[in-house]
Design a protein around this ligand. Structure first.
Ligand code: NAD
Ligand code: UDP
Length: 352
């Protein structure tokens, strides 16, 4: 049976320039959602993943959404030869590099693993792309590269710094990309600094399903609401924010996914290295997030106030003017949508 995504894709493929896009880490949370956005815009996606933080089940559900199979290569991004072969054999026009380790706390206890996976992985990918003459790249960076904000909202010109090995690995990669771009103007590169991606695809088939106890706020709240965890610890209520709890710029993962599509389109016209914030431009506190999730789920989210988490900052939200202007892209989904989709996914994940 033809589903809606398949029909949308067929329509776009006829009307637009179709690209073959390799998604390293495409089986993960953001990669999966971006695969949907790319497919619906008419592009062919190829997933390259070592499944260190994902499984084939997520790809099966992705295929269910798309109504089509997804070419998947199981491999590590540090396997330069396999990457190069994949780029050539699959006739890849552009790469979106999601693959990497992302847990801040773990990066402090296992820094070498983080540099090996993230920095060495990026170098290996760039070598493979150079050899295959594929020079269009979108890189998953993070708002963590801004360190403790000097001013708000944070624009792309804000100074960068890192407070942990994860953040430093992202900064190192951005610096490598900058040197590469300066050395060879034929590269087309976008570094996307994500703020706080949350929520799930409307189908509730894919979403964020971390192994073990979640580190991030939204999946933690969702697991409390569903009864998997007893209560949330609010890390500090004495910050200099309206209600004393930390403020972050949460962005719906489908808006983020569409930001990648916009960046790819931009790169078809622009060479060089370009850096963009992907956020909504507005912040919500932990208490506001709890309230919104309770309203979306109809479930209570019990919490207690705990000491501040080491390394946390009071507030962080993006200036999105530059990305809106350059990419012709803006987040359109609101907090209600983020919580409702996250809740639907959590309920579905509970049943699997
Ligand atoms: P995720 O862990 O769900 O997805 C990452 C994927 O990469 C996983 O499927 C994992 O198996 C794969 N992978 C890891 N190392 C690999 C390797 N060496 N070779 C091949 N595959 C490998 O994470 P996500 O939330 O989808 O994040 C994607 C990217 O976005 C990461 O680079 C992350 O640092 C960045 N980012 C995420 C967030 C967030 O809050 N989720 C925020 C800012 C930046
Ligand atoms: N937070 C919290 N309890 C948790 C997890 C997070 O109070 O169990 C707070 C955290 O202190 C921060 C906000 O929620 O103010 C977002 O945290 P998250 O780890 O999701 O994102 P990041 O801090 O990396 O932006």
């Amino acid at each position: 049976m033809l589903n809606q995504s398949f029909l949308k894709q067929a329509f776009h493929a006829l009307s637009q320039h179709k690209m073959n896009v390799l998604l390293t880490g495409g089986a993960g949370y953001i990669g999966n959602h971006t695969a949907v956005a790319l497919f619906e815009a008419g592009h062919r996606v190829v997933v390259y993943d070592n499944f260190s933080n994902s499984d084939r089940g997520a790809l099966k559900r992705l295929e269910q959404i798309l109504g089509a199979p997804v070419t998947t290569i199981e491999g590590d991004v540090r396997d330069t030869a396999l990457l190069q072969r994949t780029l050539t054999e699959q006739q890849i026009n552009a790469v979106i590099h999601f693959a990497g380790l992302k847990a801040v706390g773990e990066s402090v206890s296992k820094p070498v693993d983080y540099y090996a996976n993230n920095v060495q992985g990026a170098i290996s990918l760039l070598q493979a792309m150079q050899a295959a003459q594929c020079k269009t790249l979108v890189f998953s960076s993070s708002a963590t590269v801004y360190g403790d904000p000097k001013y708000l909202p944070i624009d792309e010109a804000h100074p960068t710094s890192a407070t942990n090995p994860y953040g430093r690995s992202k900064l190192h990669i951005e610096e490598i990309l900058s040197d590469l771009s300066a050395s060879d103007p034929s590269w087309h590169i976008a570094a996307l600094r994500y703020f706080n991606p949350v929520g799930a695809h409307a189908s509730a088939l894919i979403g964020e399903n971390p192994n073990g106890i979640p580190n991030n706020l939204m999946p933690f709240i969702a697991q409390v609401a569903v009864g998997k965890l007893p209560q949330l610890k609010v890390f500090g209520n004495d910050y200099d924010t309206p209600d004393g709890t930390g403020v972050r710029d949460y962005i719906h993962v489908m808006d983020l996914a569409e930001g990648h599509l916009a960046a790819l389109k931009f790169l078809t016209q622009q060479g060089g290295l370009h850096t963009f914030n992907l956020g909504t431009g507005r912040g919500y506190s932990v208490l506001e997030m709890i309230k919104a999730f309770e309203a979306a789920s109809g479930k209570p989210v019990p919490f207690s106030v705990a000491p501040r988490r080491a390394g946390d900052i009071a507030s962080c939200y993006a200036s999105v003017d530059f990305s809106a202007k350059q990419l012709n892209w803006r987040a359109t989904r609101d907090l209600k949508d983020m919580c409702e989709s996250g809740w639907r996914f959590q309920q579905q994940a509970q049943q699997v």
